[in-house]
Write a protein that binds this ligand. Structure first.
Ligand code: SAM
Length: 294
């Protein structure tokens, strides 16, 4: 191996698996208020952010995750006006949400101000709308406290939990208490989507979430996307609603909504949206078992 500096992802240490990225340049390395941050540049993945040893975002493939975490729930909903993002410190999901003219208000609740300041300084080329759009309300707080606050109940059509993995400050965002609070923040007919890991490596992350949701929502489900830096095959996004039809919107309807939203995308298409809910057997088994339907 050449003497370039390699930055290693340690998220899967307990599985005996690490992934290293050659750092052409280390832009920042240090401890934020709550997490250790590393920002560096890699030949293939561009600018990469790691928090506590876990890859968060790369400028080369973030479009896949950001588009699928935003356009799927918003276009499935059909008349989304108020969006809550929990986490999302790189502000790249917010950038996609703000492409929807029908969205009146986008609240982002990020716990670590260092990540936000960081993202403004180093990702502005990609997330500028977050810092300039009047529809944005940026809150520095623990998402758990925000959803527990009754003043936020019944306010949102779509909730996007763009969290870190269930470690450190992110752990609470996978708890029953958080999901109960988030459910209270949804309006009737609302949709919550969550970053729920790669089932090939983290099956319990998905089954635990679905298992909690089955007592809170009538239709706890998931969808998938293939994201290069979230290694291990498909990444799953949790999809929680009280209406099963919301995960089976007819293709013609999605096409109509996509057309009128005038979105420019690089991964999302209405066909990909539909296909994302066709879960591979081992993931479907995980979901059905957690739903109590095995
Ligand atoms: N796309 C990334 C992924 O899939 O792992 C996540 C991106 S974003 C950087 C994750 C954000 O969640 C971080 O900025 C982190 O500070 C924030 N976060 C972690 N725990 C949180 C909490 N309890 N409340 C609000 N934000 C939290």
């Amino acid at each position: 191996m050449s003497d370039e500096r390699y930055i290693t992802e340690t998220l899967f240490d307990e599985l005996g698996f690490r992934m290293s990225f050659a750092a052409e340049r280390i832009v920042f390395q240090g401890k934020g208020d709550l997490q250790s941050l590393v920002l560096f540049e890699n030949k293939r993945f561009g600018r990469m952010l790691m928090l506590d040893g876990a890859t968060q975002v790369t400028t080369a493939d973030e479009f896949i995750y950001s588009e699928m975490m935003s356009h799927v729930p918003i276009l499935a909903h059909g008349s989304c006006e108020d969006v809550l993002i929990v986490g999302g410190g790189d502000c790249l999901i917010a950038e996609e949400v703000l492409k929807h003219e029908g969205v009146r208000h986008c609240v982002q609740v990020e716990i670590d101000k260092a990540v936000l300041d960081f993202s403004k300084e180093y990702f502005l080329e990609w997330n500028r709308p977050f810092f300039e759009d009047k529809r944005v309300e940026s809150v520095i707080a623990d998402g758990m406290h925000y959803v527990a606050d009754r003043r936020n109940h019944g306010r949102f059509d779509v909730i996007i939990v763009d969290s870190t993995d269930p470690q450190g400050p992110g752990a609470v965002l996978f708890s029953r208490e958080f999901y109960e609070g988030a459910k209270s923040c949804l309006k009737g007919g609302g949709i919550m989507v969550t970053q729920n890991g790669v089932p090939f490596f983290q099956p319990e992350e998905l089954s635990s979430t679905i298992g909690i949701w089955r007592e809170l929502f009538s239709d706890p489900y998931a969808y998938i996307a293939a994201i290069p830096t979230y290694v291990g095959g498909h990444m799953t996004m949790g999809f929680a609603t009280d209406d099963k039809a919301l995960r089976a919107i007819p293709l013609s309807t999605l096409e109509e909504r996509f057309r009128s939203a005038k979105l420019s995308t690089r991964y999302y298409t209405p066909e990909v949206h539909k296909a994302a809910f066709a879960l591979p057997r081992f993931i479907l088994d995980l979901v059905e078992k957690a739903r109590g339907k095995s």
